[in-house]
Design a protein around this ligand. Structure first.
Ligand code: NAD
Ligand code: MG
Length: 391
C-alpha cells in the first residue's frame, strides 16, 4: 500500500489522479490533499477519499474548512501554506507526492519531496523549468524517483529502457497539438478571448496550461523540462505538430528506429503509468480504437505564429536565469490575459521584453534554490510593473 500526497488535488490533474486511485484502493491510499481556492471542493474530496491531512493556503481558508466540516466525522489534520505543503512532502508517512500545483508556486513542495527522497509524480513542469539542474541534482543526491506525468515526457519515459537516456538515443521528438489557433489567420490572434484560447481541441486542462498550449509556450516549457528530466542536449530535442494528439511523443535511436507511445488524449493514462511504475495498472480510459483513426498528420511548428516557442528555445540555449525569467514573466502575462487586461499577442511581447531588458541585467549564477525563488519573485514584480505601466 502506497500513501499518496496530492498537491493541487482540486485541479484537472488532481481529478484524473483521484479517478485512477479510486479504482485501486488495494494499492493506493490518499494520505494528503491540497487546495488553493476551492475549499468546498477540497471538503467534498475529503468525504470521498478520507485523507489524514489537508493543506490549505492560509488561516482564512483553514477557518472556512473547519466551519464547513460536518460535526459527526473526524476532521483531517489541517496544515497551512507552502510550509504545510513542504512539511507534508517530507512527512515520513508519505511514499509518493503528486506535484500538480500550477506554476512556480509548486516548486518549494516539489523540491522538498526531492530533498526527502520521495517518489515524485511530476505534473508541475514549471518547477523543472525554473530549478533545472538544481532539481535534478537534488533528486539524484537523495535517491528520489522522478516520474513524469506530462504526457509527452511520460511517452518518452516509456520509450526509454528504465526511463534513462543513453548514447544510442539520437533525438527526442515532442509532439504538440498546435492548440486552438493552429490554423487561425495570424492577424486575428490579437483579438482572441480567454474563452477561445482555453478551448483546447483535444485536452481538457486548467486555464493556465490551456493558454500556454494556445501560445505554444507549453511546448517550450516541455522542451526545457525534457532537457533536464532526460539529461539531453537541447539540440537533440525537436518539436513536431501533430494535431490528433494520438502519438504522445517519440524517441529516435541511432539505428533509425523511432519508438512512439500512442493512446487516447486522456491524462489518466500517463498518471496510471507513473502511479503503477514499474507495473501497468488499469487507467479507466476508453478503449483506444485504431480503426477510428483514419490518419495521423504532422507539420513543423510555425515560429512566426508561435513566437513563444522560439523564446523558450532561446532561453534554454542562453541560461538558467533566462528560463526562470521566461517562466515567471509568462505566468504574470497569462494571468493578465485571463483577466482581459492584455491581448493574447501581448503575452509573447511581454516575455520578450523581460528577457531582453531585465534578464540581461541579472548577474550571478543560480547556485541555490533560494536564488531561484528570488529571481522568480523579482521577475514577477518587474513584469507586473511593466504591464501596469503600459496597459
Ligand atoms: P488546474 O488549474 O486545474 O489546477 C491547479 C491546482 O493547483 C489546483 O488544485 C489549485 O488549487 C492549485 N494551486 C493553484 N495555485 C496555487 C498556489 N499558489 N499555491 C498552491 N496551490 C495552488 O491546473 P492543471 O491543469 O491540473 O495543471 C497542474 C499542473 O500540471 C501544471 O503545472 C500543468 O502545466 C501540469 N500539467 C497539466 C496537464 C493537464 O492535462 N491538465 C497536463 C500536463 C501537465
Ligand atoms: Mg504536455
Amino acid at each position: 500500500m502506497q500513501n499518496i500526497a496530492i498537491f493541487g488535488a482540486t485541479g484537472s490533474i488532481g481529478d484524473s489522479t483521484l479517478d485512477v486511485i479510486g479504482k485501486h484502493a488495494e494499492r493506493f491510499s490518499v494520505y494528503a490533499l491540497s487546495a488553493h481556492s476551492r475549499i468546498q471542493k477540497l471538503l467534498a474530496l475529503c468525504l470521498v477519499h478520507h485523507p489524514k491531512v489537508v493543506i490549505v493556503p492560509d488561516e482564512i481558508a483553514e477557518k472556512k474548512f473547519r466551519q464547513l466540516w460536518p460535526a459527526n466525522i473526524a476532521m483531517p489534520e489541517i496544515r497551512v501554506g507552502s510550509k504545510g505543503l513542504c512539511e507534508t512532502a517530507r512527512d515520513p508517512e508519505v511514499d509518493a507526492v503528486v506535484a500538480a500545483i500550477v506554476g512556480t508556486a509548486g516548486l518549494p513542495s516539489a523540491f522538498a519531496a526531492a530533498q526527502a527522497g520521495k517518489r515524485i509524480l511530476l505534473a508541475n513542469k514549471e518547477a523543472l523549468v525554473a530549478a533545472g539542474s538544481l532539481f535534478m541534482e537534488t533528486v539524484k543526491k537523495n535517491n528520489a524517483i522522478l516520474l513524469p506525468l506530462d504526457s509527452e515526457h511520460n511517452a518518452i519515459f516509456q520509450c526509454l529502457p528504465g526511463g534513462k537516456n543513453n548514447s544510442q538515443v539520437k533525438r527526442l521528438v515532442l509532439t504538440a497539438s498546435g492548440g486552438p489557433f493552429r490554423n487561425i489567420d495570424p492577424s486575428r490572434l490579437s483579438a482572441v478571448t480567454p474563452e477561445q484560447a482555453c478551448k483546447h481541441p483535444n485536452w481538457s486542462m486548467g486555464r493556465k496550461i490551456s493558454i500556454d498550449s494556445a501560445t505554444m509556450l507549453n511546448k517550450g516549457l516541455e522542451v526545457i523540462e525534457a532537457k533536464w528530466m532526460f539529461d539531453v542536449d537541447a539540440s537533440k530535442i525537436d518539436v513536431l505538430v501533430h494535431p490528433e494528439s494520438t502519438i504522445h511523443s517519440m524517441v529516435e535511436y541511432i539505428d533509425g528506429s523511432l519508438l512512439a507511445q500512442l493512446g487516447n488524449p486522456d491524462m489518466r493514462i500517463p498518471i496510471s503509468y507513473a502511479l503503477g511504475y514499474p507495473d501497468r495498472i488499469e487507467s479507466n480510459t476508453e478503449n483506444f480504437d485504431l480503426s477510428r483513426l483514419l490518419q495521423l498528420n504532422f507539420e513543423l511548428p510555425d515560429y512566426k505564429r508561435f513566437p513563444c516557442l522560439k523564446l523558450a528555445f532561446d532561453a534554454l540555449q542562453s541560461s538558467q536565469s533566462d528560463c526562470v525569467v521566461l517562466n515567471a514573466s509568462n505566468e504574470i502575462a497569462v494571468d493578465y490575459f485571463l483577466k482581459n487586461r492584455i491581448k493574447f499577442t501581448d503575452i509573447a511581447v511581454t516575455i520578450e521584453k523581460m528577457l531582453d531588458g531585465f534578464a540581461g541585467t541579472v548577474k550571478g549564477s543560480l547556485g541555490h534554490i533560494d536564488d531561484v525563488f528570488e529571481l522568480d519573485a523579482l521577475t514577477r514584480s518587474h513584469t507586473s510593473e511593466l504591464l501596469n505601466n503600459t496597459h
